[in-house]
Design a protein around this ligand. Structure first.
Ligand SMILES: [Zn+2]
Ligand SMILES: [Zn+2]
Length: 142
């Protein structure tokens, strides 16, 4: 892990109020390096080269990250959730996601923010907002 990445990972844990463990740092490093949201299997495959963590540890760390708002979860529709580092400070998604129907790639559309929606019904409390755009990625469309 490069010094800059390690520093970033440490800062993320501190901000989230999470204890610094080797496993969490390695997991964050994988997410920092990822260009696209990853499934737990993909994360564990990448981790196996640097810090072998068992499935339970990965699952628990991801749950802790989710709870702290460090990562967000994308339901890509093929029953495998994907995880990505989250730039927004809440559990709800702050940006839409693109999902390719052919290769299954999910992408955070960080440059677009989800518009404020009007109150759906009186008395209802919206806790999570998810916005998905589905179609073909540039590779699959060409
Ligand atoms: Zn595709
Ligand atoms: Zn995202």
């Amino acid at each position: 892990m490069s010094a800059i990445k390690e520093e970033t990972a440490v800062k993320i844990l501190q901000t989230a109020g999470l204890n610094k463990t080797t496993g969490r740092l390695a997991l964050l490093n994988v997410l920092l390096e990822a260009k696209y949201p990853l499934t737990q299997q993909e994360i564990s495959k990448k981790l196996s080269k640097v810090a072998p963590l068992n499935h339970v540890s990965i699952y628990r760390s991801l749950e802790a990250f989710l709870k702290a708002g460090v990562v967000h979860k994308i339901e890509s529709g093929d029953r495998s959730s994907k995880f990505a580092l989250c730039g927004c400070d809440n559990r709800g998604h702050c940006h839409p996601h693109f999902i390719c129907k052919v290769c299954g790639k999910a992408e955070c559309l960080n440059s677009i923010s989800i518009p404020q929606l009007p109150l759906i019904k009186s008395g209802y409390l919206v806790e999570e907002k998810e916005f998905y755009l589905k179609g073909l990625c540039a590779d699959c469309a060409s």
